[in-house]
Design a protein around this ligand. Structure first.
Ligand code: UDP
Length: 405
């Protein structure tokens, strides 16, 4: 199992030093994370990597997942969509059901811990069943322009927490509690991000029947309309008139996302019979495959219309790839336009930037180097562990004017 020292020489030294200090102060305390899925999406990705590292640091850490049925996850997906600005129909019964399922979970989960991190809106009502400890709501989604009524419902719960954490500052709201901004991060030593040999990359390409004869444009994402998979296909078609290339759309649907299947059908139909479009439906935990796909790509797209942060952007940047990202949510926090990647606002803009990268390999490789360096300094998992521990420690020492570390 990995430990902090494995990151020396990779992560910034100051982060490692601060983590050691904080871990000494918090050792033997209990840290509980609760979210709504063990697989699929960025939250599960981060918790899966962070939990063992925290326990190596001497913190007693648990990661629990709330259980729900189809109806519950259909409601929570609507909540998710509305918080990202898409109006959906809600009835009082739906809100009651959201809370009732949380109440049921509160009876079976052990909620006792020194600090409880509740991730996203699905389990947010659990705060009603709090017994002890500090409770922090960790919002990962793009709530910059939510449907107001839905935000009011969710913030009525969120307001009861001790603190809230958002991924970027434009998501933070006026709330009666402490708020922190902490961007998500990736683990450079995970199967998804560690180095691969050319043979390993070739093996994945041939298993997925992707010939490496032309430049590859890649988007890795859950099949979710906010990730704009059809917009990606349209941009590829504009490029294809001038530059021969392949498009790979790789993804899965998460267990807490009931819309995935329908989106997969829509996208497959829209792609038609073009032999240069490869739609790959990946089961969960195919990290090495995703790693290899990102490494074989010439250009990586994340053409989201809404995006909490976009770990797929970070992953590709870490692999030295030029990334073209939608100018939304957390993506501009990672992509400095023209320096660490390109930001786009339209399909035409995406096509223009893809062609620029395909036609300028030297510029693309410089951009990729900048991207990797930027991720090293800002978006590695050690920085996030540092920040989570620091928020916890700061909350415990709130009344003190000086915090000793
Ligand atoms: N991912 C995966 N398999 C897939 C699609 C995505 O493992 O089929 C991973 C992806 O590599 C990234 C995370 O899921 O680590 C997605 O996080 P992101 O922040 O990009 O988007 P979210 O799904 O949380 O909206």
């Amino acid at each position: 199992m990995l430990q902090l020292s494995d990151y020396s020489g990779i992560s910034p030294k100051s982060d490692l030093q601060l983590i050691s200090r904080l871990a000494d102060k918090l050792s033997s305390k209990q840290f509980l994370h609760i979210n709504s899925t063990k697989e699929g999406g960025g939250v599960a990705e981060i918790l899966g990597r962070m939990t063992p590292l925290l326990s190596k640091l001497g913190i007693v850490v648990r990661w629990e997942v709330i259980q729900g049925d189809q109806r519950f996850f259909t409601i929570t997906k609507k909540i998710h969509n509305s918080l990202q600005g898409l109006p959906e129909e809600f009835t009082d019964d739906m809100w009651k059901y959201h809370e009732a399922i949380n109440e049921k979970n509160a009876k079976t989960l052990d909620l006792n811990a020194d600090v409880v991190f509740i991730h996203d809106p699905q389990p947010v009502p659990l705060i009603k069943f709090r017994d002890k400890g500090l409770w922090i709501w960790r919002c990962h989604i793009d709530v910059a322009n939510p449907v107001e009524e839905v935000w009011n419902r969710i913030s009525a719960y969120a307001g009861k927490y001790d603190a809230a954490i958002f991924s970027v500052s434009k998501f933070a709201k006026q709330m009666p509690l402490d708020e922190f901004i902490i961007t998500p991060t990736i683990d450079p030593l995970s199967e998804k991000n560690n180095d691969l040999t050319a043979d390993e990359i070739n093996e994945v390409a041939s298993r997925f029947k992707i010939p490496l004869d032309k430049p590859i444009i890649l988007q890795v994402s859950r099949f979710d309309r906010f990730k704009d998979p059809k917009g990606v296909i349209r941009a590829y078609r504009m490029v294809k008139k001038y530059n021969d290339c392949r498009l790979v759309l790789a993804g899965s649907s998460a267990t807490d996302d009931p819309e995935g299947e329908a989106v997969i059908r829509e996208v497959t139909e829209f792609a038609g019979s073009d032999p240069d479009i490869h739609i790959l439906l990946l089961p969960a935990f195919r990290d090495k495959d995703i790693n290899a796909l990102q490494r074989m790509a010439t250009v990586v797209l994340q053409k989201s219309l809404k995006e909490g942060f976009g770990l797929t952007v970070t992953e590709a940047m870490w692999k030295g790839k030029p990334v073209i990202g939608g100018n939304v949510g957390g993506i501009p926090t990672q992509i400095i336009d023209g320096v660490t990647g390109f930001l786009v606002n339209s399909e035409e803009g995406s096509a223009f930037r893809i062609r620029r990268i395909l036609n300028n390999p030297d510029m693309a490789s410089k951009m990729g180097e900048n991207a990797r360096q930027y991720v090293r300094n800002h978006f590695l998992i050690t920085r996030q562990i540092r920040d989570y521990l620091f928020v916890w420690y700061a909350m415990l020492n709130k009344s003190k004017r000086v915090m000793e570390l």
